[in-house]
Design a binder for this molecule. Structure first.
Ligand SMILES: NC(=O)c1ccc[n+]([C@@H]2O[C@H](COP(=O)([O-])OP(=O)(O)OC[C@H]3O[C@@H](n4cnc5c(N)ncnc54)[C@H](OP(=O)(O)O)[C@@H]3O)[C@@H](O)[C@H]2O)c1
Length: 332
């Protein structure tokens, strides 16, 4: 072993990443400086967020042509120049697509042996596992018998969401893109049902499997899958917007509200129905009348005289050419 093999981004991919978008280079192996370790990469994690980094659309920053491809990896320490790390230690770090990284020890975490295969520290025991665990348990707060729908259900995140939801006594419906994946979701991961969205009519199947609505939708995809799921939400349901597989390969942002901004800002989006807030009416009227009298609130009314003018006024309202609250003055 005399060289470090590195994979660089060669060109900014358009659409699906292709092999020719990347370039392999070799460099002489280096010795670690003080506070550094040299490692041998054992496992490298490939994750969808990397496509977002190439597009310059990920919160963790961008990858530019010529840069080492980013990625989390598990490595074994070969040479340590720090007393806290010894040869043979297993570490996890964001050392990227390279065979023999030099890692600053502040960027490396020693792996605690839980007696399961170390590759899982990149998957269910790692970032995707935490995403599923926290996204479901903390954000969606599942209750017994909740109906949970999860997309990309055979994937790293989705499979954990579905299985943790089963542990929490939920009824779980997965969505996946092949029959083989669906079989795994049902027969191995133990989810109650799985919809192949490529061969079945998704909205119909969601209705069939969730006749009383979806209590929790855990979205890893966005686009049409998100649309189909939200059409079948139960009252007081929770939607966790986690990922956007449907748009990562696209250079342009989709039309309409894009959940990317909600994910990025960690915003809480809640449904508002005025009928739920009748208990506030009295206080609301007291406050608003007071603010009007104090000249702290102004208002506009778009008043049309005569009931016969109602259709025209309604038409103006719906075309957006009203100015203020549309009112018909029927009688003096
Ligand atoms: N918010 C966060 O902090 C966070 C953290 C980790 C991951 N994530 C997100 O979670 C999602 C799942 O990540 P993962 O690592 O577990 O990936 P994964 O599910 O193992 O793989 C991605 C899967 O997405 C599905 N998919 C649906 N529509 C697709 C499309 N248009 N193009 C390509 N694939 C499509 C495919 O499965 P089907 O064939 O079943 O459709 C594919 O296998 C991703 O959106 C990822 O960005 C978010």
């Amino acid at each position: 072993m005399t060289s470090n093999t590195k994979i660089l981004l060669k060109t900014r991919c358009t659409g699906l990443p292709q092999e020719y978008d990347f370039e392999e280079v070799k460099e002489a192996i280096k010795d670690p400086q003080d506070g550094q370790i040299r490692c041998e990469t054992l496992y490298l994690s490939l994750d969808p967020y990397l496509r977002g980094k190439i597009n310059g659309r990920h919160i963790s920053g961008s990858i530019f042509p010529g840069d080492l491809m980013a990625g989390e990896a598990i490595s074994r320490v070969q040479v340590s120049n720090d007393p806290k790390f010894n040869e043979g230690d297993l570490v996890i770090s964001h050392s990227g697509w390279q065979s023999h990284p030099i890692i600053n020890i502040c960027d490396a975490t020693k792996i605690i042996d839980h007696g399961i295969p170390i590759s899982t520290y990149l998957g269910i025991m790692g970032m995707p596992g935490l995403t599923a665990y926290a996204g479901l348990l903390r954000l969606a707060e599942p209750k017994d018998n909740d109906v949970v729908l999860v997309s990309a259900a055979s994937g790293a995140v989705g499979s954990m969401v579905g299985q943790i939801a089963k542990i929490k006594n939920c009824q779980v419906i997965g969505i996946a893109g092949t029959n083989e994946k669906c079989d795994w979701v049902k027969n191995v991961a133990g989810m109650d049902n799985c919809i192949n969205y490529k061969t079945e009519i998704l909205p119909e199947k969601i209705k069939e499997f969730c006749p009383n609505g979806v209590d929790i939708y855990f979205d890893n995809v966005g686009g049409e899958l998100l649309q189909a799921a939200i059409e079948q939400l139960a009252l007081y349901s929770r939607v966790v917007l986690c990922g956007l597989m449907a748009q990562y390969n696209s250079d342009s942002m989709p039309a309409g509200p894009n959940p990317a901004w909600i994910i990025k800002s960690r915003a809480i989006v809640k449904g508002m129905v005025v009928y739920d807030h009748e208990d506030l009416r009295k206080q609301c009227m007291l406050d608003i009348s007071k603010w009007i009298k104090e000249d702290r609130i102004q208002y506009l009314e778009d008043v049309t005289e005569g009931l016969g003018k109602a259709p025209e006024a309604f038409s103006r309202l719906m075309r957006g050419t009203n100015h203020g609250k549309t009112i018909i003055k029927v009688n003096n």
